[in-house]
Write a protein that binds this ligand. Structure first.
Ligand code: SF4
Length: 553
């Protein structure tokens, strides 16, 4: 009986972003290994925290995984399990592996968390650091051949793997190992490696080279996405637009082969120019851009050179061309004070991102930052997720304040889809965005902490936004603006919901919707002083792919 090999992992959710790509890549490499031909059968099994039967507590979760894996190999005592480990699932997978080893099975672990410190996790027979497509099949062949069947090694072994040539790899999508339809989308690898060396990133210690997947594979995968009508694709290339020629070529290919698929890219604002921005507008897509801090000294400390002028220019082009983008910020960076973090939030909001994601810095093992953390005065959790707890300039109270501010931003600005009107509201109130978020958290902590960010929630978020704004305008003796602000929030809220769902909404407004939809609404004071109230009723609807409105009686 051939040895059963199961590549497995635990997912946070069943979504395209969480799809088990790493485990699938290893399974595909095993499937196509010449050395393993006829020696084993490989399969992919992904567990998910959201599965109906999946236990809630960690201990039962590990036992559940071990039991299901044994069941999966249906009594085959010669089984090998390959675990794909991330910072947040490694604890559960380690305990599952321990149980499997006790029963005589071989457990191999890889993935980002193992790559970071392969000698730390002792529950597995073997830990493989780095990309496993060459190493894992070779290891399995060795285990099977040398032992004339599978035996459990008594000692743990750490293997540092060799990076494969990307044109030698088979695609897990093309060989059917993973079906993007099952996840309602795909994670799409275009390249591996990064030319930059941000100290907090796993890439910081790697070679500064970028390896590209061959165009033939990319085209074949695109055709597959088209055939399967994949609705969304998350592009895995940390700096998609550093090579502009290739970025433009790919965007044109995407536009011609999958015009209806929504794409998410990570990009560098400094390298955006008009031509590239226009190519982005030709496909449905959104960009996520790492700002991380708006303090050049802070960014220097983590090896992230930043050209503020070029950054602002690139973002300006995106706004002018109408490309949807979001920004990322980090709190807990060395050299950042609470004041400079707040300035970063204010700067980021001023650039009109569609969403602003604010993360606690993690000091990941294996990164340059982990080596320098003591010298930089970073105190952080010694276990996943390795969050920074305090720094020389940020007390633990500051960190907690930053966390709350981030939660309020996520709820009010991101889930509340406030980008169109948030700046004008802050302007008329003469309040900085960071202060606004802090005030919002003070009276809305529960909703901020419980924010599930699901689409169905937007009406409730809008109600919380309106209640808070009414209170703020009343407190500041600015009651006269409330009717107008209410109209603006409700009008853009309805438009955004129609964009998402296609559903028609009917609204009664105090001001003419034509004016609310115009640039006049970006200056609330001016609008109030120059535009007369004029009651109207409108209906939102989809018009050639975007939300529009019409007047109704
Ligand atoms: S954070 Fe992004 S840009 Fe920086 S090294 Fe990592 S992958 Fe590259």
């Amino acid at each position: 009986m051939a040895v059963q090999v199961v590549c497995t992992t635990l997912l946070i959710e069943k979504s395209p972003q969480a799809l088990p790509l790493g485990a699938a890549c290893i399974a595909t490499a095993i499937k196509h290994s010449q050395e393993l031909r006829g020696l084993c059968e490989v399969s992919l099994t992904a567990f998910c925290l959201e599965d109906k039967d999946f236990p809630k507590d960690k201990k039962s979760a590990s036992e559940y995984i071990a039991d299901k894996l044994i069941e999966k190999t249906s009594g085959c005592d010669k089984a090998i399990f390959c675990f794909s480990c991330f910072v947040w699932n490694v604890g559960i997978l380690e305990v599952a592996a321990k149980k499997l080893r006790e029963k005589g099975f071989v457990c191999i672990a890889g993935g980002p968390e193992i790559t970071a410190h392969p000698d730390f996790y002792k529950a597995f027979n073997y830990t493989v650091s780095g990309e496993g497509e060459i190493t894992v099949p070779a290891l399995i062949a060795k285990i099977i051949k040398e032992k004339d069947g599978v035996e459990v090694e008594k000692t743990d072994k750490v293997i540092i793997s060799k990076s494969p040539e990307l044109d030698s790899l088979y695609s897990p999508y093309l060989d059917g190992m993973i079906n993007p339809s099952e996840y309602e989308g795909a994670l799409w690898e275009l390249a591996r490696g990064c030319p930059f060396k941000c100290a907090y990133c796993y890439e910081s210690k790697g070679e500064k080279t970028v390896r590209l997947f061959p165009m033939e594979r990319i085209k074949a995968e695109l055709d597959l996405f088209a055939r399967k009508k994949v609705p969304q694709v998350f592009v895995l290339d940390p700096t998609y637009n550093v090579n502009k020629k290739r970025a433009v070529e790919l965007l044109r290919l995407i536009a011609s082969r999958t015009p209806d698929t929504f794409y998410y890219f990570e990009a560098r604002a400094e390298f955006i120019d008009r031509e590239l921005a226009r190519e982005f507008t030709r496909i449905p897509c959104a960009l996520q851009i790492g700002l991380q801090s708006a303090n050049e000294e802070v960014l220097k400390l983590v090896n992230r050179p930043w050209d503020k002028k070029k950054f602002i220019r690139g973002i300006g082009i995106l706004n002018e061309e109408g490309v949807t983008f979001g920004l990322d910020l980090i709190y807990g960076l060395p050299g950042e004070s609470f004041g400079s973090f707040r300035e970063g939030v204010d700067f980021a909001v001023s650039l009109l991102p569609n969403n602003l994601e604010i993360f606690n810095l993690s000091v990941l093992p294996g990164t340059e930052l982990a080596d320098r953390a003591d010298g930089l005065g970073l105190e952080y959790e010694k276990e996943p997720p390795y969050h920074v707890l305090k720094t020389k300039l940020l007390t633990s109270e500051d960190m907690e304040r930053a966390r709350k501010l981030a939660a309020a931003c996520s709820y009010f600005y991101n889930s509340g889809r406030a980008v169109t009107w948030f700046g004008s509201v802050c302007k008329v109130l003469k309040i900085k965005p960071s202060k606004f978020f802090e005030l919002f958290y003070q009276t809305n902590s529960k909703v901020c902490e419980d924010n599930c960010s699901c689409e169905c929630n937007h009406i409730e978020i809008e109600k919380a936004q309106l209640d808070f704004l009414k209170g703020l305008f009343t407190e500041r003796n600015m009651v006269k603006y409330i009717r107008l602000v209410e109209d603006i929030v409700r009008f853009y809220g309805a438009i955004s919901r129609t964009t998402d769902t296609g559903r028609v909404e009917t609204l009664s407004l105090n001001y003419n919707a034509e004016y609310l939809a115009s640039d006049y609404a970006s200056d609330i004071r001016w609008f109030y002083e120059n535009v007369k109230p004029q009651k109207c009723k409108i209906q939102t609807f989809m018009n050639n792919g975007s939300a529009d409105f019409r007047f109704v009686k």
